[in-house]
Each structure stands twice: as C-alpha cells, then as structure tokens.
Design a protein around this ligand. Structure first.
Ligand SMILES: Nc1ncnc2c1ncn2[C@@H]1O[C@H](COP(=O)(O)OP(=O)(O)OP(=O)(O)O)[C@@H](O)[C@H]1O
Length: 268
C-alpha cells in the first residue's frame, strides 16, 4: 500500500504539488491526469525520490520513503521502477544489455561494475523480452528500434528489477495510436499478471479511462479528482481541464481504431 500524506513541492517559491493526500492499494492501476504543468511528473518523481518533497510523507507498506538514505534509498528505487516518456535506453547498447541494466541492484557490486551478467540474469532478461514479444530484437542496438519497441524494452528493464510498483511518466506521449495500445497493454499485463502497482501519468483521458481502474486528477498541484473512470463527469473534467474540458471529454474514436490487439502479439 502506498500512502501519500500532504505531499508538497515548491520550485523557486512556486508550488508544483500542493498538499496531495492519497492511498493506493497494492495491485491498483492508477492514472494520474491533468493539464500540462499540473504537477503529475513532480508527483511521480517524488515517489521515486528523484525529486525531494518540500513537505509531506510517502509511506510504502508502512515504511517512510521520504526518510530513506543510502542503501535503503537504492533498494527503494529498485523496488519502485520508473518508465519515462523518452525511454531512457542506451542507444548504442544492444537490447538485452539495456534490459540487464534493470538487474544491477540484484547482483553483487563487482559483477555489476564489470557488467558480468550470469546466465540466470540473461535468461531473466530474455524472458522479459519474450513476455513483450520482442525477444528477436535482443541483439539489436536500441537506437535502431521504433519508439514502441524501445518503450517495451524500457518496460522489460523495469520488470527485471522485480519492482513492487512502476511509475510510468507519460510512457506513450511520443507514440502513435497503435504503439500506444501495445505499450499500454504491456503495462496492463504486468499489472494483471504480477500484481505490480502502477501509477501512470497520462495526457489522454481516453487512454486513462480505458486502462486505469482509478484516476487521480491534479490541477495546479492540487488533487481535485480521485475516483473511478466512470465517476469523471463533465463537472470533474471542468475542475481538471478548465476551458479545455469539452475538448478532452470528447471521446477519441477508439472504436475506429479497431479492436485492441492481443497483448504482446503485435509487432511494430
Ligand atoms: N526542476 C524544476 N524547476 C522549476 N520548476 C519546475 C521543475 N520541475 C517542474 N517545475 C514546474 O512545476 C510545475 C509542475 O510541473 P510538472 O512537470 O510536474 O507538471 P506535469 O503535469 O507533469 O506537466 P506535463 O504534463 O507538461 O509534463 C510546472 O509549473 C513546472 O514548470
């Protein structure tokens, strides 16, 4: 269970996240929605401690994440994997090595420094790639892959960390509709198959409604919506998106995109 209590972050005197409180049970798939600049990324980055809170607490299964230092913080970051909009792969390294980077915290320091991966680690990484139907890309340089393929590699890297929670910061922002579905299906499958809690920042309300079992909405750093996708009515959308509400509430023609492909069976 993730508990966020009064979480606040200021940048140069301006508030980016303002006294946010929420509880996320294990295994939830939560979409974090709101306009650009609402504080979504800052909220996720604080959970991973990539950004330091100005005030408030983050508790994971009762342990105060905000107090963690040194090894405890490294362990937390390994249990709390991040997936970024820009994939954050090493383009010149092959796909398998990129995934193995997710194992760094699981192997002794001397082996990780020398990148001496065991057969077991390689098998785990390959199996994660297989899980996302991209094992045949293992030997390719990451920079030669499409955006959708790169994001699946990044999700495979997150998975081999054996995380308890995945924080996905706009994971589909640079993808076309087909790859959007493939990547969101990958996250949904991780959530379903392994019970990994997912917090996912999303610009698209339609995608958020389709994939998430709960939405939390930020506006100017404040939590202004917390409920199921069905509960997000026009009034709630106005609180979140202001004058753009009508625009974002217009359902995107998901039906026109055809049925969703079976998870991990689609190639890019
Ligand atoms: N490192 C930083 N230094 C100064 N201001 C920052 C920094 N990071 C974020 N901010 C500010 O904090 C506010 C919230 O930004 P944040 O990136 O969290 O919003 P967001 O909802 O994720 O936006 P987007 O959807 O555009 O990514 C914005 O006003 C932003 O300019």
């Amino acid at each position: 269970m993730l508990i966020i209590e009064g979480l606040t972050r200021h940048f140069s005197g301006r508030v980016a996240v303002d006294d946010v409180c929420m509880e996320v049970p294990r295994g939830a798939f939560v979409g974090v929605i709101g306009r650009s600049g609402a504080g979504k990324s800052t909220l996720l980055r604080m959970v991973n401690r990539l950004a330091e809170p100005s005030a408030g607490r983050i508790l994971w299964n009762g342990t105060d994440v905000t107090e963690m230092r040194g090894k405890a913080l490294r362990d937390w970051r390994s249990r709390c994997a991040m997936v970024f909009q820009g994939f954050n792969l090493s383009g010149r390294l092959d796909v398998l090595t990129n995934v193995l980077v997710g194992r760094l915290n699981k192997v002794p320091a001397h082996r990780s420094l020398l990148r001496l991966w065991s057969d077991a680690d390689r098998a785990i990484a390959l199996s994660a790639l297989e899980h996302f139907d991209i094992a045949e890309l293992a030997a390719q340089r990451a920079e030669h892959l499409s955006g959708g393929q790169q994001q699946r590699v990044a999700i495979a890297r997150a998975l081999v960390q054996e995380p308890e929670i995945i924080l996905a910061d706009e994971p589909i922002a640079s993808l076309d509709p087909r790859n959007t579905r493939v990547v969101m299906d990958a996250l949904a499958r991780i959530n379903r198959d392994y019970g990994i809690t997912i917090l996912c920042n999303l610009h698209s309300l339609d995608i958020a409604r389709t994939y998430c079992d709960r939405l939390v909405g930020l506006s100017a750093g404040r939590l202004v919506f917390d409920g199921t996708p069905d509960a997000l009515d026009a009034e709630a959308a106005r609180r979140l998106y202001g004058l753009e509400a009508a625009e974002v509430m217009e359902t995107a023609p998901l039906a026109l995109m055809g049925p969703a492909p079976s998870p991990f069976l689609a190639h890019t």
